[in-house]
Design a protein around this ligand. Structure first.
Ligand code: HEM
Length: 225
């Protein structure tokens, strides 16, 4: 046996995270609410409630992110350019007006449970990193496709009101950014135990998104256009 054969092979963290959550990702793509959203069948009220839930989640994500920004391993991936809270505030005002309802009147137990899960990572930066990856890399991937569909469905200007969530003003090339993000993940100084913890938490983060979609799906009749 050569030295090469015995060298330990460690899957890069970014690959372990993607591969470890593949079936959860597929499930998220096929949730009732997501399918209708991608088909342009969700009305302004449904989209507003979706954004309001996301705001609950991103407030937690970005509050804890700022608290952990200088701690390892979050310091390798934290970037205020990714933050979505202000964009969500602006979009919520737009969609509430369009739906003809007051902003902030909808509550989402699933979004609150998701936010609580994120808040509980404040003592465990490795687990926080899993949430950071699940949301922001998703936003820079399939999320951008959702933005394009919404622009078409609602005849909106992608650079105009209502779609701020999909605009990363300071990130010109999402693909380049994502490649850099994955490289940063792979360079994180994590122990084997933390790696496993991160992959497990990515699955849990997908589970939180799934629960949120299921909850939205319960109201589908009111949300279909
Ligand atoms: C309609 C729903 C969705 C569609 C169509 C979709 C589509 C995609 C596509 C095409 C990619 C690959 C992009 C690339 O190669 O760079 C991707 C990646 C990703 N998506 Fe989704 N997605 C959806 C929902 C979600 C949800 C709900 C989440 C979690 C919040 C999510 C999280 C991710 C993540 C983390 C990645 C990056 C994977 C990696 O490269 O490590 N996606 N998505």
């Amino acid at each position: 046996m050569t030295a090469l054969d015995t060298a330990p092979t460690t899957t890069p963290l970014s690959v372990a995270m993607r591969e470890g959550s593949m079936s959860e990702h597929e499930q998220a793509e096929h949730a009732g609410f997501t399918t209708d959203l991608m088909a342009g069948k969700i009305n302004a009220l449904g989209y507003l409630h979706y954004l309001e839930g996301l705001r609950t989640v991103y407030r937690a994500l970005e509050k804890v992110g700022r608290e952990l920004a200088t701690t390892s391993p979050v310091d390798g991936i934290h970037d205020t350019q990714l933050e979505r809270s202000s964009a969500l505030d602006a979009d919520i005002d737009y969609w509430a007006a369009r739906a003809g309802v007051a902003a902030g009147s909808h509550s989402s137990p699933a979004a609150e449970a998701y936010a609580a899960r994120i808040e509980a990572t404040v003592d465990n930066p490795a687990r926080y990193a899993a949430h950071h990856y699940t949301r922001y890399l998703g936003d820079l991937s399939g999320g951008l496709a959702i933005g394009r569909i919404l622009a078409r469905t609602y005849e909106l200007d992608a650079d105009g009101e209502g779609l701020s969530f999909y605009r990363f003003e300071q990130i010109e090339k999402p693909k380049v950014y994502k490649d850099g993000y994955r490289a940063a993940l792979d360079a994180l100084p994590v122990t084997a135990e933390q790696r496993d913890e991160i992959v497990t938490e990515v699955k849990a983060a997908f589970g939180c998104n799934q629960a949120f979609f299921v909850e939205l799906g319960e109201n589908l009749a009111a949300y279909q256009r």
